[in-house]
Design a protein around this ligand. Sequence first.
Ligand SMILES: *Cc1c(COP(=O)(O)O)cnc(C)c1O
Length: 370
Amino acid sequence: MDNHQITVTSPLLPPLEEFIPYLKDIWDRKWITNNGHYHQELEKALCEYLGVEYISVFTNGTLPLITALQALRITGEVITTPYSFVATTHSLWWNGIKPVFVDVDPSTGNLDPRKIEAAITPKTTAIMPVHVYGNPCDTEAIQAIADKYGLKIIYDAAHAFGVKVNGESILKAGDISTLSFHATKTYNTVEGGALVCHDAKTKQRIDYLKNFGFAGETEVVAPGINSKMDEVRAAYGLLNLRHVDAAIAARHKVADRYREALTGVDGITIFDERPDVTYNYSYFPIFIDAEKYGMTRDELYFKMREANVLGRRYFYPLISEFSTYRGLPSAGKHNLPVATRMADQVICLPMHHDLSENDVERILNCIKKK
Ligand SMILES: *Cc1c(COP(=O)(O)O)cnc(C)c1O
């Protein structure tokens, strides 16, 4: 019996032979970083692919979050979600900002706009939501609150590469959105990331900040960081952009099969798909109600591991449970009942472009046969 290990994700690698000519060209140019040819080409290509006007590529997906907060001069308190990867909240810590955790909406896993206003204080300056799993946040409701209280919005869109609502990029929402191009994400540049903003002046400031704050040969305008993407990864990114549509289509097929097989299974909840959203199928989370399913989330998770099927308890624990943050007044479980339940019930099923039909059936057999 085929029992090879099925991993939760697998990097989208462009064909090596297609990459070699790019490397030769970089070697010929002898310009390997600092806003080089491929860096500029990748920014142009991403604007076009994603349908946005201004993008700045970075060396990973965490530094654009940190830089976004710095660029918008965010201070004091920021309202954010505990149901995310820890980098979201870490970006606040790196800016000396106090995170204020607000609970999530069970139908998306995203920050619940109905609960944001109660968490606003005179120190609140911004909201940092996450389009978790690529599910679009309720951007209109969040914008209305931000407008009412004069707050900025920075979306952590690490999961939302290519996601659209009514044909419009989700990255157009808010003041700034950030992306991660980490190896585990739908689109990768090995390590990498990007920041999307909506005007040339902000883009200029971001480009200074990711290059130590240099605004010319002898002028430094702010204590920036070094977060520039190099030419090798920019070229790799340019090449991977040609393959990402096929990868998303392959993920879509897997998601459809999961959805068909798991809809109506007692004790398993999956997210509904909205007809107005173009998804990227970055993750496939399922939520286990132990009583109805007859097994706890952890029991299923370890049973899958025994069958050599690696799911992931993503996101568990909540960010608000980590030692750095659990002392915060907003970190208590009573304040975050929905997020706490989701974190206790979630398993992300294997999801990537390389899963075969057999792999998917093996995964489903594991889950359906209790
Ligand atoms: C992956 C991820 C990040 C961080 O991106 P890196 O490229 O790994 O630095 C930030 N936020 C979320 C929600 C992520 O999933």
